[in-house]
Ligand binder design. Structure first.
Ligand SMILES: Cc1cc2nc3c(=O)[nH]c(=O)nc-3n(C[C@H](O)[C@H](O)[C@H](O)COP(=O)(O)OP(=O)(O)OC[C@H]3O[C@@H](n4cnc5c(N)ncnc54)[C@H](O)[C@@H]3O)c2cc1C
Length: 414
């Protein structure tokens, strides 16, 4: 099987390549090859270039300021940008463009679409995600942050944790309990909350990479307007799941392009260090090759589903499990190829900790990517949780025993 795109898609690919040729600086080597300062300056200018050419929020309808591209055109665009290491999104964009925007389009009111979508595109609103709590991660419905209506405003109290990029966000989407006596999946509401207020405090959490990309977020009588609710009050669980589908299924076809580039660089590193003659390393690299091919084919299957107009399905869990476990193992192989050099890399790990090693592979970038890859099997639903979903919803296996019901519980009680 060698999946290909139709003529229309290939014609659009040529347009995108022409755009990149016309707008990228001569001798472009990719965003990862730039120093931090240089990348920041370039990024600010590149944002403007994208905006001027209608390439921010390319999938959104034009009436809300989006590019109005078809799903296939969007995929081609993402593939071509990934191929030359040019980002389409920066900083908090992933939450606004990738998660909240599509959720508002799917479930928001007309007024919410007109109010929030253009402000994501302009960069005026920078979003972060307030789902996880110290006592509610995989079991997200166990969350205990509370919201109570007080006149025209909701008052929110509680704590969120692992809030990525909260330090640069000015809005947060929050799941909070509005009917404490209802069964736990009912009684949850999806709120949009401004962060610039005394009731919200953000405290950074330092990660093992040395960077602080995520935070604890505290709500003490924080307020948001009555109308800043997506979907119905007490019906936020369905909205939360719509958003999670976008989180797990996104970047379906570009993932294999990034991983292919990374693996090619790793094979080159093994060659340079003479490790390509080690049969164990060769075996691991051959395994990695087959995994990247599997990720490519699964990405195409996910794309086919999306093009048929279906929302994110079980493929998003299979895909999430496959890419995150792959990346954890291949970065372990990368560290083994480096050997002792991985123990004391010079310079700090790159701040793109949860990504793919791009450009030249240095000991610091390999170790940074290795550390960051550990997170991939945790965020957006852990590997164990994805396996449960695949087992129960795809394979139709018996449900996992729950703590509060089922025959296992009866057995445990006796
Ligand atoms: C880099 C990173 C960024 C993140 N960013 C955000 C963010 O911006 N906003 C946000 O809200 N959250 C964020 N998270 C949090 C993330 O969603 C949670 O860490 C994740 O949902 C797991 O929850 P937990 O950490 O509470 O672990 P737990 O749910 O406590 O899980 C602990 C262990 O138990 C296993 N386990 C749990 N339940 C089951 C089960 N039913 N069956 C089998 N095994 C099970 C898990 O797989 C895991 O190994 C981020 C996490 C990371 C690592």
């Amino acid at each position: 099987m060698d999946p290909t795109y139709n003529d229309e898609a290939e014609a659009y690919r040529k347009e995108v390549r022409a755009f990149l040729d016309a707008h990228l600086p001569a001798g472009w080597r990719g965003a990862a090859a730039m120093g931090d300062q240089e990348r920041e300056t370039w990024t600010a200018a590149w944002r403007q270039t994208l905006a001027a050419n209608g390439l921010r929020a390319v999938a959104w309808p034009a009436e809300y300021g989006g590019g109005g591209l078809s799903p296939l055109e969007r995929v081609i665009l993402a593939e071509e940008f990934t191929r030359v290491d040019v980002p389409l999104e920066f900083g908090n964009d992933g939450f606004g463009f990738g998660l909240l925007g599509p959720t508002i389009i799917a479930r928001g009111t007309e007024e919410q679409k007109r109010r929030f979508l253009p402000r994501i595109i302009s960069g005026e609103d920078r979003w972060c995600q307030g789902y996880s709590e110290p006592g509610a991660g995989s079991d997200l419905a166990g969350l205990s942050t509370r919201a109570v209506l007080d006149g025209d405003e909701w008052v929110i109290n509680g704590q969120k944790i692992w809030t990525s990029s909260a330090q640069t966000a000015n809005w947060i989407f929050v799941l909070a309990r509005t009917s404490p006596d209802a069964p736990k999946h009912k009684g949850i509401t999806f709120f949009l909350v401004p962060m610039d207020q005394p009731g919200i405090e953000v405290r950074p959490i330092k990660e093992m990479t040395g960077h602080a990309l995520f935070n604890e977020t505290f709500f003490t009588d924080a307020r948001t307007a009555k109308e800043n609710v997506i979907g119905e009050v007490d019906e936020g669980w369905a909205v939360a799941n719509t958003l999670l589908g976008f989180e797990r299924g996104g970047r379906a076809t570009v993932m294999s392009i990034s991983y292919r580039k990374e693996l090619d660089a790793l094979i080159e590193l093994a060659r340079e260090r003479g490790r390509n003659r080690d049969p164990v390393i060769r075996d691991r690299l051959a395994w990695a090759h087959t995994q990247v091919e599997l990720i490519r084919f699964l990405g195409m299957r996910t794309l086919t589903r999306a093009l048929a107009g279906d929302g994110p399905g079980p493929e998003s869990s299979i895909f999430k499990l496959l890419w995150s476990e792959y990346h954890k193992k291949v970065t372990e192989a990368a560290v083994d190829i480096l050997g002792a050099d991985a123990l004391a890399p010079s310079g700090p790990p790159p701040s793109v900790a949860i990504g793919v090693a791009e450009g030249e592979m240095t000991p610091a970038s390999v170790v940074g990517t290795f550390l960051g890859a550990r997170a991939g099997t945790i965020y957006a639903g852990t590997s164990q949780v994805q396996r449960n979903i695949i087992g129960e919803r795809v394979l139709g296996l018996p449900r996992e025993p729950r703590a509060d019901s089922g025959p296992w519980n009866e057995l445990l009680r006796t």
